[in-house]
Design a protein around this ligand. Sequence first.
Ligand code: HEC
Ligand code: HEC
Ligand code: HEC
Ligand code: HEC
Ligand code: HEC
Length: 374
Amino acid sequence: MRNIFLIISTMLLVNSLQANESKVCQKCHPIIYSEYYESSHRKASVYNNPIHKAMWDKHPKDEKGYTCAKCHSPSDLESLQTGKLTENDIQTQEPISCTYCHTIKDVEEGDSSNTNISNGKKREYYTAEKGIKGKAEYKTETSWFGLVKESKSSPFHKIDYDNENYYSGNVCMGCHSHTNNEHSFDITMLDAAISDKDENTCVTCHMPQVLGTKVTIHETKTHAYHGIAGIYHKQKKMGEHIDFKISKTNNNFNVEVINKSNHALFGQAFRQGILKAEIKRNGKTIELEPFIFERILAKDGKEVMPWDANEAIKDTLIYAKRNVVFEQAIKAGDVVTLTLGVQRISDNGAKKLGIEDNKELTKFRVMKTEKYSF
Ligand code: HEC
Ligand code: HEC
Ligand code: HEC
Ligand code: HEC
Ligand code: HEC
């Protein structure tokens, strides 16, 4: 009976709140919704992300208008189609909505960026669930009577478990593959390659199963984390996808940083990875000069804003792996601590965009830390 009330109240909500569809999902998927609400995807718009706002404010404007909408707020159809930007509910509450992701049917490859192809259907969503794929095209029942008999199914929507893009992670590649500027230069450099030999996918690493039910109508133990494990929301487990190998010579030591993901790390313009090393020796701590992983975008050999760039004058990103040499000899009895972390935006980038006062944005976020005794 409780379910019927829930459904009736949800139906009413659906009719009264067309503008914010994700809010409707919240009724039955409250945990997923609250994670999503704190995610980079909900915050991808000009109104929710100060870095994005600062960059768009400085970006040259032409008749095409706000072209960032394609990936940063595709749910705002008006903005997507006209290039005009207005502070509305979609921009602030669901610039990349639940429905948007769950209706991506396919990803079309393109030179300057890829494009998501939607199934164009209302209340028919894709997802992935191992064990179900291929067995049933639509698992859920829409009939009210069906619902009472089988409370497991959703009365609100149909689910299609058969879209391969949700299993391979290709569903993420419409926005994440590459973003070229007008000089055909990629300013995000994720350099991702999906292979069916990979142990993990975009989804298993960034949306791991975490405790809590995925839906209220029937309890499940876990659900896919919609806050997105990564730069905004650090998860200890993410550090396991990176290995350090340390070796010493007579006058220095070498750290090999091995990246087990299927993409480059820290490629986004103005992003910065940092490897810190310190040595504890005879009760004293020696802090070494940190190593910076970054790409400096340039034109004619001089650093410029991302939209003007046509080359990188420095590229120390971690692709498959990178060797870092610290010019300090290690002695017997030393304890070396390595800490790998990331800044959403480098100090230099924050200064260029005029947002250096917002310390939250330049905060050092730890990905992994490891101690070695010699
Ligand atoms: C009236 C309740 C209700 C509402 C509202 C609702 N859902 Fe669901 N949803 C369910 C139920 C129940 C299931 C579980 C279906 C099953 O396991 O067979 C489910 C399952 C799903 C699944 C697949 C989960 C899986 O692994 O089986 C997705 C994806 C999903 N919903 C997305 C959405 C989105 C997006 C919205 C908002 C536009 C939404 N839902 C709104 C009840 C609801
Ligand atoms: C083809 C899709 C696409 C387009 C178009 C696009 N972006 Fe992005 N943008 C992304 C993706 C994906 C990320 C996340 C990349 C990462 O974290 O490595 C991102 C990240 C960013 C970030 C970093 C945000 C943060 O908090 O760290 C900024 C700033 C940004 N974009 C600005 C813009 C601006 C300004 C435009 C329009 C002129 C734009 N983008 C157009 C896909 C796009
Ligand atoms: C960035 C794209 C994206 C957004 C935004 C998004 N989802 Fe998902 N969602 C996915 C993917 C991919 C999966 C498949 C996860 C898996 O394979 O475990 C998924 C899985 C789910 C599931 C099934 C969970 C499980 O553990 O199997 C539900 C339910 C769901 N989403 C609901 C929602 C709701 C509700 C929202 C908005 C509050 C939302 N999603 C927003 C991409 C997205
Ligand atoms: C509609 C376009 C779109 C889709 C689809 C999409 N993303 Fe994103 N993603 C973005 C944008 C835009 C940003 C940058 C957000 C910002 O401005 O902070 C981003 C940021 C991120 C980040 C970096 C920030 C963080 O939280 O660590 C990760 C990781 C990420 N997305 C993973 C995924 C995964 C995994 C998928 C597939 C399940 C996915 N995204 C699907 C557009 C998209
Ligand atoms: C083996 C695990 C793994 C897989 C698979 C994986 N990632 Fe990542 N990804 C990571 C780790 C670890 C980081 C660094 C996160 C952090 O800063 O905590 C990262 C970072 C990112 C970032 C932020 C990059 C930046 O600018 O610094 C984006 C965007 C992203 N991943 C998207 C994706 C997409 C899209 C896919 C699928 C093609 C994917 N990831 C597959 C582990 C993975």
